[in-house]
Design a protein around this ligand. Structure first.
Ligand code: SF4
Length: 107
């Protein structure tokens, strides 16, 4: 679903505006802490635009800085095919879609 404030597509965003309703939720994060402002800096839409591997499972949490400042969404990823954590979710683990090392080939 498209996030109204950012215009980005996120499969975890859900908004119900039918007949005057105004219900929004994030189906990835803990909704007790979530507000749509968190979508502004959330990396999930860009990660899924770069890597749509169906074996990648995302998990996220809201991290707050000192005194509640510097609030941001932290995302971790796991590959259910290789059963290991993914270091860079935008790139993937390299099992299904090999990561090209262009500089290695130049040697
Ligand atoms: S916080 Fe991130 S994962 Fe949740 S709805 Fe917003 S963009 Fe999607």
């Amino acid at each position: 679903m498209k996030i109204p404030t950012t215009g980005k597509e996120c499969p975890y965003f859900y908004g119900d505006y039918y007949r005057g309703r105004d219900h929004e939720e994030c189906r990835l994060l803990n909704n007790a802490e979530w507000s749509q402002k968190d979508c502004q800096s959330c990396p999930v839409p860009d990660i899924l635009l770069a890597n749509s591997c169906p074996n990648m499972i995302l998990a996220g949490e809201i991290r707050k800085g000192i005194l509640g400042l510097g609030r941001k969404v932290a995302v971790t990823a796991y590959c259910k095919k290789t059963h290991r954590d993914i270091e860079n979710p935008s790139v993937g683990c390299g099992e299904c879609h090999p990561i090209l090392d262009l500089f290695k080939e130049a040697e």
